[in-house]
Design a protein around this ligand. Structure first.
Ligand SMILES: Nc1ncnc2c1ncn2[C@@H]1O[C@H](COP(=O)(O)OP(=O)(O)OP(=O)(O)O)[C@@H](O)[C@H]1O
Length: 869
């Protein structure tokens, strides 16, 4: 910005002082705290612990197993000497692991839980594996619950069943429970109680479907292969899913059928471990195709190996891959549906919340005697997950009846147009289900694309989107909205491992992909984001989601927001965190900017901040903010020379259209400049608009915002304006969105965070000690304001008189009129207009509206011009 100037350097020292605590004073506090934390977090510490627990598991296992054979010989020695036996060299025991083995086993078996003690080996084993692998292969709390239940249940059951046996089957604990319960309920009552507990566990773990026993006769009949059946009503058999008025087919019923047909079972929800097992299973299955999957064709149909989901480039952290697992073969049906292999992809489950421990975000890497920016506010506490809510269960409901119905309809519709299919699979997401189709050889993809409307009509649902082909997969996708949608709570995404352990600079948890995988990306890599969506489709929630994600991960010293809210209500909640996370112009009262004029000043101030940061980077010989801050924290840059720790700055504009309407180029130019250049110096932009029309999202803006989000928009044209492709007009609202990034288009369900939750987080942060003031941006002086005032008539442009005549003749104070009529560039026409204002011929700038023309006739004008001579 040629016009950007620093008004005075007066405020600078104050700002620097506030942002750069004296390094010498801070040093002593820092060191011990960081070293202990580092040691605890060190990967090697975890591996050593892992090895320890695995060996402990092995040790107890050998000791226990040996105890089963040697307990009689060893027991009296342990009884007689108790723990002293451990130190008595002269005592010999038979246990393979010596006196310690005999004593430990006796303790666990006899005094503890009997045979159930083996669960401890399992417990040590899972801890060991989790530590050594470095991630939660086994869910800790879930297993602890099972183990506790198992200890009580198994020890009591063994004690109950073993009667007067001398071997401690249930241990002291089992015996005690058995005695007490037997006395209380009687032997039969106790037996029933144990049975109930066992059944409860099975139901809980496998979610047994109780509708199944009632439906048993029918589905069994319907699903059984014809040759085994002997029923002469094949018609009825052939349409178990689509029969009008038929009871919904449940997973249990489907399983029953699959068992009968020798196929693979579908479980409604799967544990993570089962997932992996399933993956292997399907890989095996695919290489030896089940006859039921292959349509009757002369040549064998190639079966696709399940491909791993392409990881988006911007997500470096690995996440367990929710890949195809189980296959369901549909029952025979008179239509085309029976010829096609149908695969329902499993719902990927996020870890349950109680299994997640929230970890403190990772701070700057620790180097020799480093500067630590977070020590400015050393007592600052990151907001806890408890401040956020679980909206619903977050568990995806997979309705097999709906899946079958839609699948059959898709197949039948395509069949009507002579398009046959090799295979169809379904991935159930939170809002929509993706049906992925492998067309038969020779079918042209464009034909399916052309049938988009027919398929939508036949499925009679809104929001069908056809992706033909799915990039990189060679299949065709049809997205169909779920009847029952699942709200994706921000809390659950923030609680995920991926977010908690993220090393990204600016991690934003946007939502969930169709396969239920969390979509967490680094805003710093995007590096700017454009959001559009018609009113009421989830844009404000989306902005809150992004802001709250950042608040959960960043310390106030590392991040500042510049919030622009022309609507004046959307972002006002964040006022509470002004002294922690907001930036503002010096001398301003409100950190949240609502006035257009001030927006222009703030944007220009950001441009100055950007230029200043570039100067600092250049002087430090660094290429970007990461390197610069790295050097600064290593104390290789001198604060006396103006160097300072640079927080990331995120500019959020809630209603961009309003700004462009009122201030036009004045807003567009600095935004475009920031978008082009600010990435390297840690300034990132999130711009949202309700009206994604071409005069608002201009070519210049678009070219500089490679990452774009579209919520539901009202027309295909709007969708094209924002994403360069249609589709957003077919979204279903309520946070259903498409994100375009790196040339990829991904459908997501935006994470939901409600206003009271945001309020809670802002109150929590605002209630803590903050900086004395908001982060101050450099001061900006509008050069035009100054020019207008200082204008000397002697310096006027040679075209001044001609311009004055054009304006008065047309009675229109518009710069573009001068540009057109006089064939001038924007700058010169603008300067002329300022001079005309200074001469009193036109009124002041009124944003995008034309200025008032104060001189009404040409005669009046000539008089004024003559008087100027
Ligand atoms: N991710 C989401 N999940 C579930 N429901 C959502 C989601 N996002 C929005 N909604 C629902 O849609 C309503 C409108 O959302 P929101 O206020 O964000 O719309 P908007 O596009 O910002 O509207 P406006 O532009 O008028 O402010 C919310 O009150 C909420 O009920």
């Amino acid at each position: 910005m040629a016009g950007n100037k620093l008004k005075s350097e007066k405020k600078e020292p104050k700002k620097k002082k506030e942002q750069q605590p004296n390094p010498d004073v801070l040093r002593p506090d820092k060191e011990p705290e960081v070293k202990v934390k580092e040691l605890v977090r060190d990967e090697r510490t975890h591996k050593v612990l892992g090895a320890f627990f695995l060996l402990l598991a092995l040790y107890t296992f050998i000791a226990f197993t040996s105890y089963l054979f040697t307990w009689e010989e060893d027991q009296d020695k342990v009884f007689r000497y108790s723990s002293r036996v451990l130190f008595m060299h002269e005592i010999e025991v038979d246990n393979l692991l010596g006196r310690l083995g005999a004593y430990t086993s006796h303790w666990f078996f006899y005094k503890g839980f009997g045979l159930a003690s083996y669960l401890f080996c399992y417990f040590f084993f899972i801890i060991g594996i989790n530590f050594i692998v470095g991630r939660r292969v086994f869910r800790f709390w879930r297993n602890v619950k099972y183990i506790l239940f198992g200890l009580l249940f198994i020890s009591m059951s063994f004690s109950f069943l073993s009667g007067k046996s001398v071997f401690p089957w249930g241990g002291a604990m089992g015996d005690a429970l058995n005695r007490w319960t037997g006395g209380f309920l009687g032997k039969t009552g106790e037996g029933l109680l144990l049975l109930l507990a066992g059944l409860t566990w099975i139901i809980w773990k496998f979610n047994v479907d109780f509708k199944w026993p009632e439906k048993k006769p029918k589905p069994a009949k319907a699903f059984a292969p014809v040759e085994e059946d002997g029923d002469d009503e094949p018609e009825e058999d052939e349409e178990p899913f689509a029969r009008p008025g038929a009871a919904p087919v449940t997973a249990g019923a489907l399983n029953k059928y699959n068992e009968a047909a020798g196929n693979i079972t579908v479980l409604p929800m799967m544990e993570e471990e089962e997932f992996d097992a399933g993956l292997q299973l399907i890989e095996k299955e695919d290489t030896t195709p089940n006859v039921a999957y292959i349509p009757p064709k002369p040549e064998p149909v190639p079966v696709r190996e399940p491909e791993p989901e392409p990881e988006p480039e911007l997500e470096p952290e690995p996440e367990p891959e929710p890949e195809p697992i189980r296959e369901v073969t549909p029952p025979k049906k008179s239509s085309a549906a029976n010829e096609v292999a149908f695969e329902i992809k499993p719902v990927y489950e996020d870890p349950a919340e109680d299994e997640i421990e929230q970890i403190e975000p990772v701070r700057e890497p620790v180097l020799v005697d480093p500067y630590e920016p977070t020590l400015d506010l050393r007592d600052y506490k990151y907001p806890a997950l408890d401040l956020l809510e679980n909206h619903g269960s977050d568990k995806i409901v997979q309705d097999n009846t709906e899946l079958e119905k839609n699948k059959n309809q898709i197949i039948d519709t395509l069949k009507n147009y002579d398009i046959s299919i090799q295979k169809i699979s379904a991935t159930v997401g939170p809002t929509v289900t993706l049906y992925e189709i492998v067309p038969a050889a020779g079918v042209r993809i464009s034909r399916i694309k052309n049938l988009e409307d027919d398929i939508a009509l036949s499925l009679s649902a809104l929001g069908i989107r056809i992706i033909a082909p799915i990039p990189g997969r060679g299949t065709i996708g049809i997205e169909v909205p779920n009847v029952k949608k699942t709200i994706v709570s921000l809390r659950n995404i923030l609680a995920s491992d991926k977010f908690q352990h993220s090393q990204m600079d600016l991690p934003i948890a946007i939502g969930k992909k169709i396969d239920n995988e969390n979509f967490i990306v680094d805003l710093a890599k995007m590096p700017h984001l454009l959001m559009a969506g018609a009113t009421g489709q989830g844009k404000s929630v989306g902005i809150n989601t992004l802001l709250v994600s950042l608040l959960y991960k960043k310390h106030p010293s590392q991040l500042k927001f510049v919030l622009v809210d022309p609507k004046k209500v959307e972002l006002s909640l964040y006022k509470l965190i002004e002294k922690h996370f907001l930036a503002k112009l010096p001398g301003e009262e409100d950190a949240i900017i609502t006035d257009t004029k001030k927006v222009v000043h703030t944007l220009n101030a950001l441009c100055i901040e950007m230029d200043l940061r570039y100067d600092l980077l250049k002087e430090a010989g660094t290429r970007n903010i990461r390197e610069y801050n790295g050097k600064f924290t290593q104390r290789r840059l001198n604060p006396q020379k103006g160097h300072r720790y640079l927080p990331f700055i995120v500019l959020v504009v809630d209603e961009f259209a309003d700004l462009i309407m009122t201030a036009g180029k004045e807003v567009e130019m600095p935004i475009a400049r920031l978008a082009q250049l600010a990435r390297a110096v840690g300034i990132h932009l999130i711009i949202a608009t309700q009206r994604p029309s071409v005069n608002i999202i201009t070519g210049t803006i678009k070219a500089n915002f490679p990452a774009r989000i579209a919520f539901k928009v009202s027309s295909k044209i709007d969708s094209r304006t924002i994403l360069d492709i249609g589709g957003a007009e077919q979204l279903i609202g309520q946070g259903d969105m498409l994100i375009s990034f790196n040339g990829e288009l991904v459908r997501l369900q935006c994470a939901f965070v409600d206003t009271p939750e945001v309020e809670g987080v802002a109150e929590f942060i605002g209630g803590q000690r903050g900086y004395p003031d908001a982060f101050l941006l450099p001061e900006y002086i509008d050069e035009k304001d100054m020019e207008g005032k200082d204008f000397s008539l002697a310096d006027r442009d040679p075209l001044f008189e001609e311009a004055a005549r054009v304006i008065v003749q047309n009675q229109q104070g518009s710069t573009s009129l001068l540009q057109r009529r006089m064939k001038l560039g924007y700058n010169r026409a603008g300067r002329l207009m300022d001079q005309l204002e200074a001469a009193g011929i036109v009124g002041p700038n009124m944003g995008s509206k034309a200025r008032d023309v104060n001189v009404k006739t040409e005669a009046d004008l000539e008089e004024i011009l003559n008087s100027m001579l």
